[in-house]
Structure formats: structure tokens, C-alpha cells
Design a binder for this molecule. Sequence first.
Ligand code: FAD
Length: 302
Amino acid sequence: MHMLDILARDARTASFEFFPPVKDSGWDLLFTAIRELEPLAPSFVSVTYGAGGGTRQRTNDLVLRLKRETSLDPVPHLTCVGHSRAEIQAILERYAAEGVSNILALRGDPPKDGSIPKAGDFPHAADLVRFIREFNARGVHPDPRGFGIGVAGFPEGHPETPNTLRLMDHLKAKVDAGADWICTQLFFDNRSFHDWRERCDLAGIRVPVIAGIMPVLSVANLHRMADLAACTHIPAKLMRALQRCGDDAQAVERVGIHWATEQCLELLDRGTRGIHFYTLNRGDATQQIFRNLGLKSTASLR
Ligand code: FAD
């Protein structure tokens, strides 16, 4: 379903992010998690795209399996780093033929091992958004509106643009190029999100903004995340709670799920348009957050 229709149907959205398995042996485990989460009837699910090349085909494979084997509506991420126009065009044509309705358009980060060339035909995500809009205008997609287009937002900043005014200009450029919605980087401090959200308003950004929430499920995963989502503020209160857990892995999960639940409660109270759960390919944690929120499924948010 086109994102504009999803947003018109769901007063608040809840969506889940999955990443394709790196090895063939990972498919069964991933689909167990997907089956656990399916009854929560998310507004959509998104599938990450490995800027590193190796898992790119698997994004398409997972999107197709989700379409064919589940009731879920997959939104593929597409990063343009290292891609030529012809390659992006071929990917869009394939997704259009497969009936995929939406794309989350990103630049991506070149892998640190240099396994793909830095340069591509699209220096920034805004260039990719513009290209998808042009593609949409050509009427190749079965939906006359073409793909719904989402972009990334960074409430706590992005390492390459320390100037927050300029970072907002770059977000606005993506919206002006034709983005329909924004999904944020994960954050643990709702105050950052609300302040940034106000700044989006001041910048004239009017498209719906979906907040990215990731439960901390292990300390190792928090460290990986701090690397991937640099600039993310990890509040002392959360750190203290995690430290109290010592090496009790289950206690860490409970703290992480509790923290994410509190974030979601506050976001919903404040009228946030949607919550995107970084599931880490696990079913149980997001299920528990839904239970804590008193939600049987996303339908309760509509
Ligand atoms: P851009 O909007 O292009 O911004 C990248 C940097 O360039 C920013 O610092 C921006 O300020 C700057 N910039 C933009 N325009 C200009 C300009 N005209 N001049 C100078 N500087 C400019 N990565 C993956 O590899 N795969 C994924 O599936 C994936 N999914 C993600 C999903 C979400 C919701 C989020 C928040 C991030 C995701 N990422 C993913 C990570 C993302 O690709 C990186 O954070 C990347 O560094 C920024 O991507 P972007 O789309 O925001 O790029």
C-alpha cells in the first residue's frame, strides 16, 4: 500500500525493521521472529539494504518473501552510495514490477573496508529522492503515484554535519525533493526528538515523522549501535540502570525493554505520528513492548 494511504488509514503507525540474514542459515530464525510479529499487524515493515554489497540481493529476496508468504507490507531501504544511475534504475524497475509500493531512500555509508567504491552517481540521499520522483513521473509503476518515498532524519545529529542548521537544511532538501515521510535514527532521549521535531516545524517540514526506537537487548549491542548511530545520546540514567544489571543478560533485556516502553508511552502521549521499531530481528522484545503498552496489535492505534 502506498505510504500516503497507510498514513491516511493509520492515525498512528507502528512499523518494524528487519535486516536480511548474512548467511543462508539465518533465514529460519528470521522467519520465526517475523511470524511472531505478524499478528501485531504493523502498518508496514522495512528491510535494510547493506551498503557493503554482499547482502544487497538478500534485501530483494526478503522483500519478495515477505510479500509472497506473509500479510506484511515490506518497504525496502535503498542506499545510493556506490551505485550508478543505471543500477538504481534497474532496482526501481524490479521493485515496480514486483508491486513494491514504497522505498526508504538513503545515502548509506561506504563500508570501512573499502569493498565498494566511494563514488556513485548520487552524492546524497536528496539526489536519490529526485531520481525516484523522476522515475515515478514516467508511469512505470502500476500505482500512478509511483513509489512512496521515505527519508532518514537525525534528531541527535549526524557525524558528517556538526552544524545542526545545515543538517536541517539537508533534511528539508530531501523533503523538497519529494519525500513523503521521515523515519528517524534511533534515540534514547525523547527530549532530543521533541526538540528536533519542533525545529523541523520551524524549518517548514510538514511531512509525517516516524520515531525510531530500539530496545537495548545487550550491552554488546549497545556498543555496536553507538558505532553505527554515532551522535546518539545515551542518558546516564539508562547507563546506570544497565550497569546495575552487571553480567545478568536477562536483567539487561528487561531494562532495555522497560526503557523503550517508557519512551513509546511518552511519544504516544505527545501525539507522535508513528513509531518504527528496530527489532534486531527478534520477535520477543517488540512483542513485550506492545504488551506493556496495552496494545493487542497496531490496529488499536488506528
Ligand atoms: P544524506 O541525507 O545524504 O546525508 C548524509 C550526510 O551528508 C549528512 O551529514 C548530511 O547533512 C550531508 N549532506 C546532505 N546533503 C548535502 C549537501 N548537499 N552538501 C553537503 N552535505 C550534505 N544505512 C545502510 O547502509 N542501509 C540501510 O538500510 C540504512 N537504513 C537506515 C534507516 C534509517 C531510518 C536511518 C536513520 C539510517 C539508515 N542507514 C542505513 C544509515 C544511513 O545510510 C547513514 O546514516 C548515512 O550516513 C546517512 O544517510 P542519509 O540518507 O541521511 O544521507
